[in-house]
Unconditional design. Structure first.
Length: 368
């Protein structure tokens, strides 16, 4: 929100009050701006899910009152950290609908009482339009209960369409990829917000990029970032695999960075412990950076290898060739240039030798 407060030195004289009113009024939308005051709601819970939607949220903001939107998203997406300070974001509202399994708690927006609570919060925002990046009837019900005049959503389920009033509606995605990005893209194109799907792109803050360039300046090249975290244990490739891959790359003269957040500190230490002391000069751990600092770290790296986790999607979004160890799960196809899916019938079937071969091909391709 745009705020202005006079400093203690300025006092509150008549001239200062006039200055305050001028600054305050400049934060408000012009009466001639007839674009709808808009809130968007993201159904999904992952960082990657958010990254795929950011360019679409920005496009909707461009066509909304004041060139801004309010974003409703689950806390696990880290929406506030990623885009909370963007000039086109008016506010980020936490949708505490379904906490991650490890949290072992009930979200305050779960169940009908929680949906009612969310709806009342939205009603207080006095929005003209709500855009649901969701096909679920429950999200449609929240929109209807909020009383917001224009209600858009995927609408591929009849029950959700009952609560919406602004088509067109899309068909549910039935392809081999994860449905999140294809459905969001189909919705945006169907409503004319953009003519074709947009490949997600992130640009980390300049100061964080400079910090990470300095921090990693002495690492050997090429530098491989390992995205070692995951929200679900069945997506974890394994600490031994990551350690063996790190040893093989370091033996080739490369550098390796183990990237994660506070939840990955022990995993990073466990991988480090499996790497011989003589090879650790080319290994570094980055588990202390803020989320945008991690994005900057990935931009400093040359390649990324990781589990099916948000940071692999961030790596692709900052323009780095990214290899996601995905096994038999639906593939991530939002960026054909930078995202490479390493598939197999079982995650355990993906060997270190196979990943090494893919990295070798990518490295030679860059120099071809």
């Amino acid at each position: 929100m745009c705020q202005f407060q006079p400093s203690a030195e300025e006092g509150v004289g008549q001239g200062k009050i006039a200055g305050y009113l001028s600054a305050h009024l400049s934060c408000m939308s012009s009466p001639s701006d007839t674009r709808p005051r808009t809130v968007v709601l993201l159904q999904y819970a992952g960082i990657g899910d958010l990254v795929w939607h950011i360019p679409y949220f920005k496009l909707i903001a461009d066509q909304s009152q004041g060139g801004r939107v309010t974003v409703v998203a689950q806390p696990s997406t880290l929406t506030r950290a990623f885009i909370g300070k963007e000039p086109w974001v008016e506010e980020v509202i936490d949708h505490d609908h379904r906490p991650r399994r490890g949290e072992k708690r009930r979200g305050k927006h779960a169940g009908f009482a929680g949906m009612w609570r969310m709806a009342q919060q939205l009603k207080a925002g006095r929005f003209d339009r709500i855009i649901l990046f969701s096909g679920r009837p429950s999200r449609g019900l929240v929109a209807w209960l909020s009383g917001i005049r224009i209600r858009q959503g995927f609408g591929y389920r009849f029950l959700q369409r009952m609560f919406l009033n602004s088509g067109p509606y899309i068909e549910a995605y039935k392809g081999p990829s994860l449905a999140v990005y294809p459905e969001a893209s189909a919705f945006m194109v169907a409503h004319g917000y953009c003519p074709e799907p947009i490949v997600p792109h992130l640009q980390p803050p300049t100061e964080l990029l400079a910090q990470m360039q300095t921090r990693l300046a002495n690492m050997p090249r090429p530098l491989y970032a390992f995205a070692i975290g995951t929200s679900e244990t069945h997506k974890q490739w394994g600490i031994q695999n990551f350690a063996d891959l790190a040893c093989a790359l370091i033996a080739q003269g490369a550098g390796v960075m183990l990237l994660g957040g506070p939840a990955e500190v022990q995993t990073a230490k466990d991988i480090e412990a499996l790497i011989p002391e003589k090879a650790r000069h080319a290994l570094t751990l980055v588990t202390d950076a803020p989320v945008l600092g991690s994005a900057a770290t990935l931009q400093v790296a040359d390649f990324c290898v990781g589990n099916d986790t948000g940071m692999v999607n961030v790596a692709a979004a900052v323009g780095r060739p990214s290899f996601v160890i995905i096994g038999s799960r639906p593939t991530l196809d939002q960026d054909p240039q930078n995202m490479r899916n390493v598939t197999a019938a079982h995650l355990s079937d993906i060997t270190v030798e196979r990943v090494l071969g893919l990295l070798r091909e990518a490295r030679h391709g860059e120099h071809a």
